[in-house]
Design a protein around this ligand. Structure first.
Ligand code: SF4
Length: 119
């Protein structure tokens, strides 16, 4: 994985909204992850900005091999198969699925053959 983490231990100041968190290269898909808010109306001024990951349920993205990118907290699909080492959440997250290959704590690739896009 090719990534470029701008901050962490070196900068003690809280991140600013709109600041670049990291650039990720996920098997041919380049993602720029910025700091912001998922719910700006209620969060801005209350908590520090956080890394905002794309919503792949709204706008699907696929690796060059056709595997879908998924968020770890994305709702499960009909092909969910519980990872034996995972705790199964009540809500049902991709994070608990054996087909998820994580690229960082929040984002990964679904390796389920049924979800793979073929041209
Ligand atoms: S990781 Fe893939 S197969 Fe598993 S629940 Fe998520 S979308 Fe479905």
């Amino acid at each position: 994985m090719d990534d470029n983490i701008r901050r962490f231990h070196s900068n003690p100041d809280p991140p600013k909204e709109g600041e670049l968190y990291r650039i990720m290269d996920v098997e041919g898909v380049q993602l720029h992850i910025f700091y912001g808010y998922y719910h700006p109306e209620s969060e801005r001024g209350v908590i520090d900005p956080m890394p905002i990951y794309p919503d792949f349920t709204e706008a699907p993205m696929y690796t060059r091999e056709g595997y879908p990118l998924v968020n770890a907290d994305q709702p499960i699909c009909p092909h969910f198969f519980l990872n034996p080492s995972a705790y199964e959440s009540d809500e049902g997250w991709c994070n608990d699925c054996v087909y998820l290959e994580l690229y960082d704590a929040c984002l990964g690739v679904c390796r389920c053959k049924y979800n793979r896009k073929r041209e």
